[in-house]
Ligand binder design. Sequence first.
Ligand code: PLP
Length: 486
Amino acid sequence: MQYVSTRGHAAEQTFSEILLGGLAPDGGLYLPVHYPQVSGDELNAWRKLSYADLAFAVLSKFATDVPAADIKTITQKTYTADVYRNTRAGEDAAQITPLRVLEEGANGKLILQALSNGPTLAFKDMAMQLLGNLFEYTLAKQQAELNIFGATSGDTGSAAEYAMRGKQGIRVFMLSPHKKMSAFQTAQMFSLQDPNIFNIAVQGVFDDCQDMVKAVSNDLEYKARQKIGTVNSINWARVVAQVVYYFRGYLSATTANEQKVSFTVPSGNFGNICAGHIARMMGLPIDKLVVATNENDVLDEFFTTGIYRVRKSAETYHTTSPSMDISKASNFERFIYDLLDGDAVRVAALFKKVETQGGFDLSGKPGSDGDEFAKISQFGFVSGKSVHADRLNTIRQVKAKYGITIDTHTADGIKVAQEHLAPGVPMIVLETALPAKFNETIREALGHDAERPAGFENIEALPQRFEVMTADVNKMKAYISQHTGL
Ligand SMILES: *Cc1c(COP(=O)(O)O)cnc(C)c1O
């Protein structure tokens, strides 16, 4: 399987060649030259597989240049009941992403798929844990090393650190805004004592951290010498790892391939739901893919009007589902490429327009950039939006009706899913985090703390290991060089 850029100018690459990188050299995102198809017989055979074996089956279709036995070892090591142990009462950890039927009635069936039982209690572990093992394997083969440098305001940074801790050939330098993360998230990251993990608390806000990452990344000579890479959500292997749980969810919720299901996905950078789109393109019988946004409704606006209008930072709200607070959706270009039938010239022009004019318009109205909005229903996409008051209501309602506490992002998903329920088609809502991570809002909604999985009771009291630094790029570079010895 070869990979091409959505903007058409980069040479074809293999899975291993794009594994450690991000954007294609022409600024586009990598996609396979075609989506591998899954036949009905194959789907039936997959019904019996464990999660790890299913991950092996899916990944084998994409990572064709990696020996099958090695992929098998890596998936077996990644998807274990021990890694995904943070289950709720009644969930079987061995299922990795257990389903819970919330409601089955005249309006339809509502199901929650638990994706947040991994080490950092958010769905990003599903892909990042695999990435950690794939990176270690690939670097060992190439006798290479990699220094991951990134900025985080929460979920991504901790998922990356827990995936890369203790891994040979990898160091992680993670910037976060000093004293701006929740006590729980800070403790999760800063309590790591592994010598290959470097937490840097920057005296500033998240944008200052991100500016430093950009400044270092733009210094190509330094970046090459220090072997600096990233693990952001556009990484292709992360997307593929996420494809697996759409198959798992479908296979667990159905008994025959004639049945369809829909998925609702709390969305920000469009990475998670992009994996659902790919599963559907591979032939998985998905009816609707429901994009749920919070107040930052760039995607809801696109899927209801055909107009993609990225937000300025001043228009990007800080909400109580913070992992969905995005101004533009970094994986969106992958879907637009498919919507435009792989017309890379047009994709390049549209995303150039995003940079120069802040967006594009596919509504088909006079003066627009195209009329593909009319085709969106063929891809199953619909959308909806949820705001703070909805989150509080939904958290209360789910607690009262079904007896479980959900996090704020999942609440956005449930709220929007209820608007798209259809009789005869089960609706699976992806649970993207556990409530303990967003306790402040749980308290606001329910008047008491969210319960914590075993082992997380006192994490705020653990010794913390971090460096406080001013937002000074040169100091940052010196710090990295000093610790890499490169
Ligand atoms: C990252 C994240 C999201 C958004 O996922 P995307 O892939 O960026 O769309 C939603 N919820 C939680 C809890 C997250 O951490």
